[in-house]
Design a protein around this ligand. Structure first.
Ligand code: ATP
Length: 348
């Protein structure tokens, strides 16, 4: 018998609602697996925790969380609760940086053709790999003044940071359709020309993988025109942040986009969306992104039984989505958050 301990961070806004459904699905799958169990411990992190204790990610809480290699997170931050300089609290990004979770994996899969805003698309299935510890986010915590004459952000690419995320993309593609697309702005930015040269070097280590290089602006166009042509895309932090929202739109919206932030020892699994304050407390958030993040978690554990559990979850989502009336409000349906979770559990 193997037990996997999972730290659960429900967070703010719709985070607790969608995490509850993710855990419901986790338990339903656990009941079907042989020799595998899960134990969960909840931690309070986020804007709510800031209001309670004055710190959205208390050091002692982080130390406890870090004892778990597997972390399930809902969503964090609320626009109404900010630091004095106006920035929103983002403990989920702090966790990513503190644990060195450099590989931001965002799989984009269309479960039913009716859910794409692009007509005639049936086979959208790609994975965006976003570098998550440097890039254009590197100066995010630096002090600045709204009264200054200029404020500058930096885009930092390190050789080690680029190599590890690009290698992750190639390794992922090796188990998929064997193609990696580099997304950059190498025609304008020196840091991106550097990123491309590192990509070219690593590509030589994987002769069986086809490569493509596109500028980020063209990539936005191609994602809409030919999303089926992509297998794995790799890019820097901010480009990945923007493109992953565009990519989510191709398959039904933020409620359908799971993510995993993976490092050398830890990984955080969470929906790609934020705390969605506009719908918080209404019970209508789509929990599927979180449920699919639980599938990513089970893949990452790399046990044959948890891998079987991951396939079970994806198949259950496919079954639920084959019925056009099984949709939450964001996708034009009427199911509540819990009703959607119940349908996935029933399909399992
Ligand atoms: P962040 O910057 O933390 O990613 P955000 O402010 O960009 O967050 P989200 O919280 O992701 O934005 O919300 C963007 C829009 O998508 C909102 O209108 C929100 O209601 C909607 N949305 C996000 N997640 C879901 C969901 N799970 N179900 C339904 N609608 C959602």
């Amino acid at each position: 018998m193997v037990n996997y301990a999972i730290a659960v961070l429900p967070g703010d806004g719709i985070g607790p609602d969608v995490v509850a459904e993710g855990l419901k699905v986790l338990r339903a799958v656990e009941a079907k697996l042989n020799g595998v169990t899960f134990s969960t411990v909840e931690f309070a992190v986020g804007a709510g925790e800031y209001l309670r204790s004055g710190d959205p990610l208390p050091e002692a809480t982080f130390a406890e969380i870090a004892k778990h290699t597997t972390i399930l997170l809902g969503a964090m931050g609320l626009p109404s609760i900010r630091w004095a300089d106006g920035r929103e609290m983002a403990p989920q990004i702090d966790i990513r940086e503190k644990l060195g979770l450099y590989c931001g994996l965002r799989p984009i899969v269309l479960y039913h053709p009716d859910d794409s805003p692009i007509k005639g698309k049936t086979a959208i299935d790609f994975a965006l790999v976003r570098e998550s510890t440097e890039g254009l986010f590197v100066s995010r915590l630096e002090p600045y003044s709204l009264e200054a004459d200029a404020v500058t952000d930096r885009l930092r690419i390190t050789r080690a940071g680029a190599e590890r995320v690009i290698r992750s993309a190639f390794q992922l593609a090796a188990g998929r359709r064997k193609k990696v697309t580099l997304v950059d702005k190498a025609n304008v930015l020196p840091s991106m020309a550097y990123f491309r040269s590192i990509f070219d070097q690593i590509a030589r280590e994987y002769p069986e993988i086809a490569t493509e290089r596109v500028y980020v602006d063209a990539c936005a166009l191609y994602l809409v025109q030919r999303p089926e042509s992509f297998d794995v895309l790799v890019t820097e932090n901010m480009f990945g942040d923007i493109l992953s929202d565009l990519a989510a739109a191709l398959v039904g919206g933020m409620g359908m986009a799971p993510s995993a932030d993976i490092g050398a020892s830890h990984a955080v699994f969470q929906p790609s969306h934020g705390s969605a304050p506009d719908i918080a407390g209404k019970g209508i958030a789509n929990p599927v992104a979180t449920i699919l993040s639980v599938a990513l978690l089970m893949d990452w554990l790399e046990h044959p039984e948890t891998r079987r559990g991951a396939s079970m979850i994806r198949q259950a989502v496919r079954t639920v989505f084959s019925d056009p009336s099984s949709r939450t409000a964001d996708m034009g349906g009427q199911l509540t958050t819990t009703a959607m979770g119940d349908r996935v559990v029933a399909a399992i």
